[in-house]
Design a protein around this ligand. Structure first.
Ligand code: ATP
Length: 290
C-alpha cells in the first residue's frame, strides 16, 4: 500500500488554550511495498506522525492517503474500520497489551473481533506463531509465562493476524538484547521482502536505518527537515550531529578514513558495504602466489 501525506498539520487540543502543534505541513510519499524509517530527536513528532497512518489522530489540516483510503479532518470513525484492518500498528512495548489466558486466544482475538470464525482465527493464530518464530506448541500456554522477547513476538503475531498490508513499528526493538533485536529486525525484513508489506519504522537505531530502510524521514520540532534514501540522509555527518542524530558505525569509520585522504565512490553505511568497498581496492593475492 502506498502512503502519501499532503501538507499535514496536527495540533493537540486544537482550539483550546492548551493547543500545541506537533506536526507542521508534512508532505512525503512512500511507494507500495516501501520501507520508510522515521528518525528524529525526542519530541520531534515521530509518534504523532505514525498515528495519522490509521487515523488514531486525524489531521488538523491536510490529507493523508493510504492506498485508496483518504483521511482528512472531516473523516468520520465509521469510515475507518477497513483502514485499521489494513494498517497494523505495533506500539512501543506491545507486550503490555497481551491479556488473554492463552497465546492462541490472544492472537485470534483481533480477527474474531473483525468477524472471523473461531476455528479460522485459531488456525490463523497458529500460522502467525510460526511466522514470528514460535511454533504452535506455544499456543495453549499463557503469554505471561514467556520471556519479554517472546511476549513481544506474540503481540506482533496478533497484529499480523489482522493480515495488514502496512506495518507501522514504533521502536519495536526497544529493551531487547542485541540478538533479540537482530532477530526482530530480520522478521520485519522477511515480511517486507516475502509478503510485500509496506513498513514504517520509528527508530533511534541508525544501524537498522542503514541496513533496512529504503527511505528516511528526519523530523525536527514537528517538521520534516530531510527526506531521502539512507545514502542521501547519512551523507552529511555534521548536519546529523547538529540535529542530535547518530551516524551508522560503518559510515563513521569511512568518514574517518576520508579525513585521512581515502576517497569513496559512495559512502558505505553498513559493515557489508564497507567490507565490499575495502575488498575491491585491497591488493589481491593472485593465484600464481599460492
Ligand atoms: N497527547 C498529547 N497532548 C499534548 N501534546 C502532546 C501529546 N503527545 C505528544 N505531545 C507533544 O507533541 C510533540 C511531539 O511528540 P511525539 O510523541 O510525537 O514525539 P516523538 O518524536 O515520537 O518523541 P519520542 O522519541 O520521545 O517518542 C511533543 O512536543 C510532545 O510533547
Amino acid at each position: 500500500m502506498a502512503i502519501s501525506f499532503e501538507h499535514v498539520t496536527y495540533t493537540y487540543q486544537a482550539g483550546t488554550p492548551m493547543a500545541s502543534t506537533a506536526l507542521t505541513d508534512i508532505s512525503f510519499t512512500v511507494p507500495d511495498h516501501g520501507y520508510l524509517a522515521i528518525i528524529g530527536h525526542t519530541g520531534s513528532g515521530k509518534s504523532t506522525l505514525i498515528q495519522e497512518l490509521n487515523a488514531l489522530l486525524k489531521p488538523t489540516s491536510g490529507t493523508v492517503h493510504v492506498d485508496d483510503f483518504t483521511i482528512t479532518p472531516k473523516t468520520t470513525n465509521d469510515d475507518l474500520k477497513p483502514l485499521r484492518q489494513h494498517v497494523g500498528m505495533v506500539f512501543q512495548f506491545p507486550e503490555s497489551q497481551l491479556f488473554e489466558e492463552t497465546i492462541r486466544k490472544d492472537i485470534a482475538f483481533g480477527p474474531q473481533n473483525f468477524g472471523m470464525s473461531e476455528t479460522d482465527a485459531n488456525h490463523l493464530a497458529d500460522e502467525m506463531l510460526t511466522t514470528v518464530g514460535l511454533d504452535s506448541s506455544y499456543a495453549e500456554r499463557s503469554p505471561f509465562e514467556l520471556s519479554g522477547g517472546q511476549m513481544r513476538r506474540v503481540a506482533i503475531a496478533g497484529v499480523l493476524a489482522m493480515q495488514p498490508q502496512v506495518l507501522v513499528l514504533d521502536e519495536p526493538t526497544a529493551g531487547l538484547d542485541p540478538r533479540g533485536r537482530e532477530e526482530m529486525m530480520a522478521l520485519f525484513e522477511r515480511l517486507h521482502r516475502e509478503q510485500g508489506l509496506t513498513i514504517v519504522l520509528v527508530t533511534h537505531q541508525m544501524e537498522d536505518v542503514a541496513q533496512y530502510a529504503e527511505q528516511v524521514a528526519v523530523m525536527r520540532q514537528g517538521r520534516l527537515v530531510k527526506f531521502g534514501t539512507p545514502q542521501e540522509v547519512f551523507q552529511d555527518p555534521d548536519w546529523l550531529r547538529a540535529n542530535q542524530l547518530d551516524v551508522p558505525r560503518a559510515a563513521r569509520f569511512a568518514q574517518a578514513l576520508a579525513a585521512k585522504g581515502v576517497q569513496w565512490d559512495q559512502l558505505p553505511l553498513t559493515a557489508d558495504q564497507l567490507a565490499d568497498q575495502l575488498a575491491a581496492r585491497w591488493p589481491q593475492r593472485g593465484s600464481a602466489d599460492v
